[in-house]
Design a protein around this ligand. Structure first.
Ligand SMILES: *Cc1c(COP(=O)(O)O)cnc(C)c1O
Length: 361
């Protein structure tokens, strides 16, 4: 019953096999090997256009390098106030951009709205020498609240960003889960909706350590090869990154893995929300569930060996906030989370719900 994160899982056997298959013999280093070429070609197929893709080993490196390509030194990158880039990357985007400023925008359910974007932009007017000049908007898809931007929402935000002279970055650490859930094509939720650069995640959804910085306009990639090397993300035996990404994409494997994770999360979410005293402040739209539960249920789950993070957030409205005697949890289903783990978790939760009936509201 481990719902801590999708990186507590190992790698998918298909990805591991692809790595083993790439192992024999000599291959050109630094990403000049045939596996990397194959991975890049597959990414162009996935996005239905010629993309420039660069493989890196971590999500933080992926985001920080992508943002550095979009945001000149000392400019501002707008993102949700609880985005991974601003909260969980130890200042890497600021470091790689050469003193960029991350500006957090508030919004319910982990989402930036056009209204919040425009009031943030108003705080950083063009041409005022005391103020950092905005250069990029970063959106997380899936968001840190487990919610999704619709195609129309991405379009509206991209249009507003572009009109203000900002480039649009998407943090797709869980991009596969978003594509699987939205039923929209990868192209529709990215470049066709105005996204300029995507951090395409593979690690959490079944690779060992591989993500891709994807430029939808290859002309905008500029000197990225040098930037990646300077940033320490040009892997010497690059074939192993190429093999991971190619194995991940082969035969739609990446979406099969994500669909499994999303289905388990939906099952978990439905089971929990049927229990007295449990509420879900945000809809379960991908592979993350954020229930607010009676404290006694949290204790029973912990005692039964369930693993997950208790959660705090600024993305809830006043009335939705956990009250006294309640706890908010973050539960993540990975590609290999099985139904038995979900059902065991629900059984413990149900027992706790009947032993400690919630006070009527
Ligand atoms: C996990 C995650 C990343 C990548 O993090 P690394 O630990 O550096 O691989 C980026 N963005 C989001 C939203 C994430 O959840």
């Amino acid at each position: 019953m481990n719902f801590s994160s999708d990186n507590v899982s190992g790698a998918s056997p298909q990805v591991l096999r692809a790595i083993v298959d790439s192992n024999a013999g000599a291959a050109a280093p630094y990403g000049m090997d045939p596996w990397t070429e194959d991975a890049t070609r597959r990414l162009s197929e996935v996005f239905e256009r010629e993309v420039s893709a660069f493989l890196v080993a971590t999500g933080t490196g992926c985001n920080a390098l992508a943002l550095a390509a979009l945001a000149p030194p000392g400019t501002a990158i707008l993102c949700h106030e609880e985005a991974h880039v601003i909260e969980d990357e130890c200042g890497a985007p600021e470091f790689f951009t050469g003193g960029g400023k991350l500006v957090g925008v508030p919004g319910a359910g982990g989402k930036v709205t056009p209204e919040a974007l425009s009031s943030a932009l108003a705080r950083y007017p063009r041409g005022i020498v005391r103020q950092v000049q905005p250069s990029a908007l970063s959106l997380s898809q899936v968001t840190e609240a487990g919610t999704l931007y619709t195609v129309a929402e991405i379009r509206a935000l991209s249009d507003a960003a572009h009109a203000a002279g900002l480039a649009v970055h998407m943090d797709g650490a869980r991009f596969a889960n978003a594509v699987a859930a939205l039923g929209a094509s990868p192209a529709e939720i990215t470049w066709r909706a105005g996204v300029d650069v995507l951090s395409f995640g593979a690690t959490k959804n079944g690779a060992i350590a591989c993500e891709a910085v994807v430029f939808f306009d290859p002309a905008k990639a500029g000197d990225f090869l040098f930037r990646r090397k300077r940033g320490g993300h040009t892997v010497s035996k690059g074939r192993f990154l190429g093999a991971q990404m190619a194995g991940f994409l082969d035969g739609g494997h990446w979406l099969d893995l994500a669909r499994g994770a999303n289905l388990r999360a939906a099952r978990l979410s439905a089971g929990l929300s049927a229990l007295p005293g449990v509420r879900l402040p945000w809809p379960t739209e991908a592979n993350e569930v954020f229930p607010i539960v009676p404290a006694a249920m949290h204790e029973a789950l912990r005692a039964a060996g369930a693993r997950y993070y208790p959660w705090t957030t600024r993305s809830l409205g006043e009335n939705a906030a956990p009250g006294e005697g309640e706890r908010m949890l973050r539960l993540i289903c990975a590609f290999d989370t099985d139904e038995a783990a979900v059902d065991a978790f629900l059984a413990v939760a149900a027992r706790a719900a009947s032993v400690h009936p919630a006070a009527p509201f």
